[in-house]
Structure formats: structure tokens, C-alpha cells
Design a protein around this ligand. Structure first.
Ligand code: PEP
Ligand code: MN
Length: 350
């Protein structure tokens, strides 16, 4: 940390700052020029909080050298983090293809979509049972009944399943049915939820908040990691900007940006990022070209009847085409797409 004092500081100010640093067992290094005084601090920066130091009259600026996130950083863990969920590898050159409807609406819809996306090459099945809706009058999800349907579809088609958890009190029940816990954009800074997810040993798909910076996202990941859960998958799903011709603005630079700073895998959700089926395939391809560890796409067999996010859903035929475009691209880039282990169960759902 570097502490820059205001020009011509009074000797008492310099003394006061030096005392504060020494009291914490850290070593200050004083550098006094003609008008400027700079104090360098070596040691555990976490002991010195930037904001209180900045409050000392006579201090102009406090510049941290280390990143505020530790466990999520590449300095801490230089190798890419790689996890395996039911035989599907996330990170390490494999592409996670997470697909399914926005919400679990019924057993028949979920089985129909799951069958199609699996056949097309998706390797993780998604579907929301607890839905974070802008309006309290909109469909809120089927809750635990939805989780049961999701689990049944996952087992039937041999796919690991991803579903959102919105509240720390739901973690226990979602943990019982899901293979990956999703923390949605609106809950990215629900710190109690992050801590609760961190106490499980389930992989967590952490979506970027609507107006979260890269640092905010990584600090939220840090909450999960610091509870001992090392399986965090980040997800870029678009951020709010002034642009209103798309639902959100896809920030693709975040992929190499995060990969430079963090070892955690990152996937891209072009569905929520654009809100437009006509743009989803191009943005999915771009995400993969940018180095993303996977994509997250909403698929519905009849978008006009969908109870949530219908306008942005791809129909299964469109998803087939998207997968046909992605396969050669992945190959060109030296990445591969794990296929779900085993054959789908033979019996039809009842
Ligand atoms: C979702 O995945 O259906 C969802 C609600 O996403 P987000 O949290 O990114 O809006
Ligand atoms: Mn959705």
C-alpha cells in the first residue's frame, strides 16, 4: 500500500500515520521529497483499511497494491480452476453448454426441451424453480415441485442440473435436488446467500449483477470461496447501459479481463445479455472466440407461451443450428465439448 500525503505535511501528520502503521505490526517506508511525502507499507495489507486511513487529515490518497480479492486471484491460484460435474468438465479447455428453459413450467415442457438440448449437444440442463421476477404478479416458479421435475429430467437424460437459489433459506432444499446452484444477477450481492452457498460443497454459477463491476463480481466470488467452497463458475449476462435496443449490454471484454485476474472459469449468457434470439448465436460464437469456458442459453419449445423470458428463448431447431456452428469453432480453437455420460433412460417420463 502506498499512502500519499498532501503537499508540505505537518510533522505531526507524518508521525501520526507512521504510528498507525507501526501499531499494526507493519513496516512503514518513508520517502520525503521537497514538497511530497509518500509512505510505503509492506506486510499484510488486509490489516490496513484504505478508508479509515483516507479519513486522516493530511492524507491525500491511499493506493492499495494488492487486489481486494485473494482466493479468487491468479496470484493465489495461478492455474485455471477446473471442476467436473457429473462427468462434465468445466474449465480447462472444455466448453460447458448450459441450456434449458428460463423456468420449469411443467414436466412435459422440461422433458421436451431437455431431450432436444441434450440431443443437440448441451451438457448441463438449466431451469428455474424459484424465479426472480420484476413484478410480484408474474409467474414466480413452481418452487420445490419444480426442483423435483428438474431432478427427474436430469436423471432421465443423464444431465447435471443447474437452478437458481434466491434466498439463504432455500439453499438446503435446492442443494438436495440440484448439481449446480445458480446465484442470479439480482442476488450477486446478497452476501448472506453467497456465504450460505459457500458453506455447501456444490459448484456455484455466479451471475454478474446488473450494474456490477468486474471487481464487484470477483468480491462476490470471494464470499463463496472464503467459506471453503472452491467451485465457483462466473457468468457474464450483460450489464445495464444506456443502450435500449438490447435487453442488456454484453460485456465480452470481461472474459479475457477476468481470466487475467482470476483462475475461475467464466461462461457467457447471451440470452439475458441480448434478450434477442436473432443476436444470441452471434454472441455465443463471439463468447467462445473470446475464450469463454462455456455458454448459457435459454431454450423453449413454444416461446410465445413461455411463462418467463419467452421473447429471448431459442426454439430447439435454432439451438440445433447454434450447436452446429459452435462445434467447428470450438475445434478450431482447440476446445472440446464434453458429452453427458450414459444414454438417456429408456422409459418415458410419467
Ligand atoms: C435466469 O437465468 O433465468 C436469470 C433470471 O438470469 P439473471 O439472473 O442473469 O437475470
Ligand atoms: Mn431467464
Amino acid at each position: 500500500m502506498i499512502i500519499v500525503l498532501k503537499p508540505h505535511p505537518a510533522p505531526e501528520v507524518v508521525e501520526h500515520v507512521l504510528e498507525r502503521i507501526a501499531a499494526l505490526g507493519l513496516t512503514p517506508h518513508l520517502s520525503q521529497g521537497v514538497s511530497r511525502t509518500i509512505i510505503g507499507v509492506i506486510g499484510d495489507e488486509a490489516k490496513l483499511q484504505v478508508q479509515p486511513l483516507q479519513a486522516i487529515p493530511g492524507v491525500e490518497q491511499v493506493v492499495p497494491i494488492l487486489k481486494p480479492f485473494k482466493l479468487a486471484s491468479r496470484e493465489f491460484h495461478p492455474e485455471d480452476s477446473v471442476f467436473t460435474v457429473k462427468g462434465v468438465q468445466v474449465g480447462g479447455g472444455r466448453l460447458a453448454v448450459i441450456a434449458g428453459p428460463c423456468a420449469i413450467e411443467s414436466e412435459s415442457l422440461l422433458f421436451e426441451v431437455a431431450e432436444r438440448v441434450r440431443r443437440a449437444g448441451a451438457n448441463l440442463l438449466r431451469g428455474g424453480a424459484f424465479k426472480p421476477r420484476t413484478s410480484p404478479y408474474s409467474f414466480q416458479g413452481l418452487g420445490q415441485d419444480g426442483l423435483k421435475i428438474l431432478r427427474a429430467a436430469g436423471d432421465h437424460f443423464g444431465m447435471a442440473v443447474v437452478t437458481e437459489v434466491m434466498d439463504p433459506r432455500q439453499v438446503e432444499v435446492v442443494d438436495r435436488y440440484a448439481d449446480i446452484l445458480q446465484v442470479g444477477a439480482r442476488n450477486m450481492q446478497n452476501f448472506d446467500l453467497l456465504k450460505e452457498c459457500g458453506r455447501t460443497r456444490m459448484p456455484v454459477l455466479l451471475k454478474r449483477g446488473l450494474s456490477a463491476t468486474v471487481r464487484d463480481l470477483l468480491m462476490s466470488a470471494e464470499y463463496i470461496l472464503s467459506e471453503g467452497n472452491r467451485q465457483v463458475i462466473l457468468c457474464e449476462r450483460g450489464i445495464r447501459t444506456f443502450e435500449d435496443s438490447t435487453r442488456n449490454t454484453l460485456d465480452l471484454s470481461v472474459v479475457p479481463n477476468i481470466q487475467g485476474q482470476s483462475h475461475l472459469p467464466i461462461v457467457v449468457d447471451p440470452s439475458h445479455a441480448t434478450g434477442r434470439p436473432d443476436l444470441i448465436p452471434a454472441m455465443a460464437r463471439a463468447a467462445i472466440a473470446a475464450g469463454a469456458d462455456g455458454i448459457h442459453v435459454e431454450v423453449h419449445s413454444c416461446p410465445e407461451k413461455a411463462l418467463s423470458d419467452g421473447p429471448q428463448a431459442l426454439v430447439p431447431d435454432q439451438f440445433d443450428r447454434l450447436m452446429d456452428e459452435i462445434r467447428p469453432l470450438a475445434e478450431l480453437l482447440g476446445r472440446s465439448i464434453d458429452v453427458c455420460a450414459g444414454e438417456p433412460a429408456a422409459c418415458a417420463p410419467c
